[in-house]
Design a protein around this ligand. Structure first.
Ligand SMILES: N[C@@H](CCC(=O)N[C@@H](CS)C(=O)NCC(=O)O)C(=O)O
Length: 318
């Protein structure tokens, strides 16, 4: 018999965690350009700084130079039975756009019959007052592709010449690392936990090797898959290692992954997207099936300002 699941609707018969599909998948610019033109000032991102999926959208917004064009608000990291809420606190605040108390209000304003889990990130259209999209993959792609000259940076996080390898690696990272830590943490049977755990550490070993000769996943250029991997790595030692029982090794035990993590953390616009108070309080407090005492550990000591030593790998290949 399997243990009680954190999300009973997202559990298979073997005790494996099967994530729900994103519900809102409309696109900015073409082909829905009349509906949702990609213009400055019209869209708002609702995020949690605890959430790895939402943080990726914030990172893409920052590195693309869309801070002025797309506004952001941050929910309270503590999610209770009413879901994500807007309250005043350190690093989060009230909803400046709609005055919502709960993120669920955005979902029900868009679809009164919505029945799934209320998740971040959400890309909100201030003009139509609806959710455009709640898939972080779609949102990252739209922020990269669709804002043209509105984006202050011309960096391309999805270079055409790297496809399809980039998409394949992103999918591999999603399955084994980003969602792999959740599959380990939310498993309700030993067998499913073991499977997720082994796949996760096999993937980390493979990525460690890959990063021994390349500064970033594809050489000198930072692409979306790097930020995707970063969002899990930066949370790993603080929460996944303990809370999700991903404890074969820590990221500090992998010389290349650790240096790579520090390198990305120290990239302009990134450190401010990482909030360990939100990250730790969210995971340890909110998943009460996994941590019923809701005690938030005080450690580990982490130093993201240490020298990363990765510059030497630049220009070696790619
Ligand atoms: N859209 C993402 C998932 C987003 C997601 O699950 N976000 C979490 C926070 S990390 C959330 O909002 N959870 C709300 C809940 O569990 O009720 C995906 O399907 O891959």
């Amino acid at each position: 018999m399997n243990a009680q699941s954190q999300f009973p609707d997202e559990q298979d018969a073997n005790g494996g965690f099967v994530r729900q599909a994103d519900e809102f998948r409309q696109w900015l610019g073409t082909p829905d350009a009349d509906q949702f033109p990609a213009v400055a000032g019209r869209y708002h991102l609702y995020i949690s700084l605890a959430c790895p999926w939402a943080s990726r959208t914030l990172i893409v917004r920052n590195v693309k130079g869309l801070k002025k064009a797309i506004s952001v608000s941050v929910v309270d990291p503590i999610r209770d039975e009413k879901g994500w809420a807007f309250r005043e606190g350190p690093g989060y605040g009230k909803d400046p756009i709609n005055g919502f108390n709960y993120l669920s209000e955005a979902y029900f304003a868009t679809d009164a019959a919505f029945k799934g889990r209320i998740t971040v990130p959400v890309l909100w259209d201030k003009e139509k007052a609806v959710i455009v999209n709640n898939s972080e993959d779609d949102i990252c792609r739209m922020l990269n592709d669709d804002f043209g000259a509105v984006a202050e940076s011309s960096i391309n996080l999805f270079p055409a010449e790297l496809e399809p390898e980039h998409a394949n690696l992103a999918q591999y990272i999603y399955e084994n690392v980003n969602n792999g830590v959740y599959r380990a943490g939310f498993a309700t049977s030993q067998t499913e936990y073991n499977k997720a755990f082994k796949a996760l550490f096999a993937a980390l070993d493979e990525l460690e090797l890959r990063l021994s000769t390349k500064r970033y996943l594809f050489g000198d250029q930072i692409v979306e898959a790097d930020w995707r991997l970063f969002c899990t790595l930066v949370r790993f030692d603080a929460v996944y290692h303990g809370h999700f029982k991903c404890n074969l090794r820590r990221i500090v035990d992998y010389p290349n992954l650790h240096g790579y993590l520090l390198d990305l953390f120290q990239h302009p616009g990134i450190a401010g997207t990482v909030n360990f108070d939100h990250i730790k309080r969210h995971y340890y407090f909110t998943h009460d099936d996994i941590n019923p005492s809701r005690i938030v550990p005080l450690g580990p000591a982490l130093d993201f300002t240490a020298a990363h030593g990765r510059d030497a790998l630049s220009h070696q290949d790619s």
